[in-house]
Every structure is written in C-alpha cells, then in structure tokens.
Ligand binder design. Structure first.
Ligand code: FPP
Length: 236
C-alpha cells in the first residue's frame, strides 16, 4: 500500500503558540518520524511525504534555508534508523536548484539505504508534478510506442526516483485545505483522498491509524460497478 501525505499546517501550529514558523517546521520534522514509525507498524510499503514544493521557493529566503537545514539534519540523523528498519530512502524532485550540501546528504542517505528492501520512504523536495509531467513528455518525444509503463519510467527518471512509484492508494492532506497542490498528479489517478483538519505537527500515530481506518471504509471501484449494486439492478 502506498500512502502519500501533504504535510500542511506547520506555520499555523507555530502561530497558535506565538512561536516563529521555524518552530512549526521543527515540530513537523518530529511528526515525520512518528509517521514513518506508524507506517512501518501498519505495513505500508511506500510512504511519500511532500516536504518542499517547487512553489515553496516563493517563501522568504530564511524560511527556505531553515527548511533545507532541517531536511539535511533529518537525513543525517535518521539514515541509521532507516538502515535498522530496512527502509529505503529516496528523495524525489529536482536536484539542480538545491544547495550542494543538501544534495550530498541526499545522495549519501540514498546510497546507504539502497540495499534496504523494507518500506520505501520517498521525500518530495523541490517537487512539481506539472514540471515532471512536461519534462517526461519532452524526453519521450523521440521514443516510439509509448505506453503507460514507459511513461512511468521516464517520470521516475525525471523525479530521480529509484523506480516508478506504485499508484498511490491513500493521499492524506493535513491542515484543513482540500487541494492537491501539484503533488503526484499521475500517481494519484485512483487514490482515495483524505483531508483532515489536524495540523501536521499534531498528526501523531493514532491520527495515522484513524486515517487508515477511514481508508478501510472506502469502497474502491476503479470504474467498476459493485457486485451487489449490479444484482439489485438486475432484480429490480
Ligand atoms: C507546510 O506547512 C509545510 C511545509 C511547506 C514544509 C514541510 C516540512 C516539514 C514537515 C519538516 C521537514 C521535513 C522533513 C521530511 C524532515 P506550512 O508552513 O504551509 O503551514 P501553514 O499552512 O500553517 O502556514
């Protein structure tokens, strides 16, 4: 099962406590660890987290730098834990605009965990689904017989993904907004969408479990008619 999360609400969490936004991001990084733990416990095979969108470059420079520093620290401190749990780390998105020290940390964490066969932890940084889709199309221009599998491969190349991502089963967005914000538009074709009011730093292990329970109650039809609806229609 592939769960993707738009981690929204760090800023509001901080303002509610009269703290700077950076404090919200620090609390958000702790919530990342809790989410990884919860995902592991529930047997999630792929977890994709939206840490920094291409649109986030429009934030004040100090906030962007603080976010990158936090990401770098997270990679440095969490890679050993990922090794212990056999979690494979993969940072998806553009690399050409990231600071060199962050790129180095990303490469180190990816290489160190490349052999891990447990959960895949994908962290989206400088990510824009629209950019990736256009770039994948551009790269496919000279290729004949493009099908979905080939498209997904090119998309993975563009995103620096180690392999094409499985389709997202459940997309969670915290923070109360109900939009996709340019996240995994191809991979979410049949995803169940769950929008929760909880601010990201408050999204703890029970909240993760509630999200999975809500998902469990959804009926995924993938365009089909459910068997008993069909039976009722035939007898009615
Ligand atoms: C959105 O909240 C959140 C972000 C733009 C950054 C997400 C980053 C983290 C959760 C921490 C670092 C990540 C990792 C993987 C260690 P917002 O700032 O837009 O909140 P607001 O809508 O309340 O202002």
């Amino acid at each position: 099962m592939h769960v993707a999360i738009i981690m929204d609400g760090n800023g509001r969490w901080a303002s509610l406590r009269h703290l700077p936004r950076s404090a919200g991001h620090h609390a958000g990084a702790k919530a990342v660890s809790a989410a990884v733990e919860a995902a592991l416990r529930h047997g999630i095979t792929t977890l994709t987290l939206y840490a920094f969108s291409a649109a986030n470059w429009s934030r004040p420079g100090a906030e962007v730098s603080a976010l990158f520093a936090l990401l770098r620290r997270h990679l440095l401190t969490q890679t050993q834990r990922c090794l212990d749990e056999s979690i494979r780390i993969n940072v998806i998105g553009r690399r050409d605009r990231l600071p060199a020290d962050l790129c180095q940390s990303i490469e180190r964490s990816e290489q160190a965990t490349a052999h891990c066969r447990g959960m895949r932890l994908r962290i989206a940084v400088d990510y824009s689904s629209q950019h990736s889709l256009v770039e994948a199309c551009r790269r496919l221009q000279s290729e004949p017989d493009v099908d979905r599998a080939r498209f997904a491969e090119r998309l993975a190349d563009v995103d620096h993904a180690t392999a094409p991502a499985p389709e997202v089963d459940l997309l969670i967005r915290t923070g109360g907004e109900q939009r996709l914000s340019d996240f995994l538009l191809w991979e979410c074709a049949y995803a169940e969408l769950l929008f929760v009011d909880c601010l990201w730093p408050d999204f703890d292990q029970p909240a993760f479990q509630h999200a999975l329970e809500a998902y469990g109650q959804r009926e995924r039809r993938f365009g089909r008619v459910v068997a008993d609806t069909l039976a009722r229609a035939n007898h009615g």
